[in-house]
Write a protein that binds this ligand. Structure first.
Ligand code: 2BA
Length: 107
């Protein structure tokens, strides 16, 4: 058993979750905030068999779009980055962490 922790843009979350459910995967969504941009994003937890991990990754990949985001001047100033002008960064599609699960219990 594996735990897939996916961080996705909130705009993509509904499509990712819909597609996971349609394909018979169980998932949990947690509202979260990016540490750097401090914009809302969503963490999706998916418990799946090790043999299913690649299929889950494909579903998330298909539904998550990369996008450009501006780093606000306040963040640029706070972290003392470059000239203090706003910076454009590429965000997403998704950041995934895949962990081994020792035991799963549903009571
Ligand atoms: P944020 O931390 O708000 O980061 C948003 C985007 O800002 C990142 O996109 C990246 O392009 C840029 N960025 C982040 N930290 C930076 C830094 N120290 N210097 C320069 N640019 C930086 P993504 O890499 O696609 O990350 C999207 C979101 O996924 C992140 O939002 C964060 O919530 C999460 N994330 C990404 N990598 C992570 C990691 N290694 N551990 C935990 N969370 C992660």
């Amino acid at each position: 058993m594996k735990l897939i922790i996916g961080i996705v843009a909130t705009d993509d979350c509904n499509n990712v979750v819909k597609s996971l459910i349609k394909n018979d995967y169980f998932c949990t969504r947690l509202t979260s905030t990016g540490g750097f941009l401090r914009k809302g994003n969503t963490v999706i937890l998916i418990g799946a068999k090790a043999t299913e991990v690649d299929k889950v990754i494909k579903i998330i990949e298909k539904e998550s779009k990369t996008r450009k985001a501006m780093v606000p001047s306040s963040v640029v100033d706070e972290y003392g980055m470059t000239t203090g002008a706003p910076i454009e960064v590429t965000v997403g599609g998704a950041t995934l962490f895949i962990l081994d699960v020792k035991k799963t219990v549903k009571l």
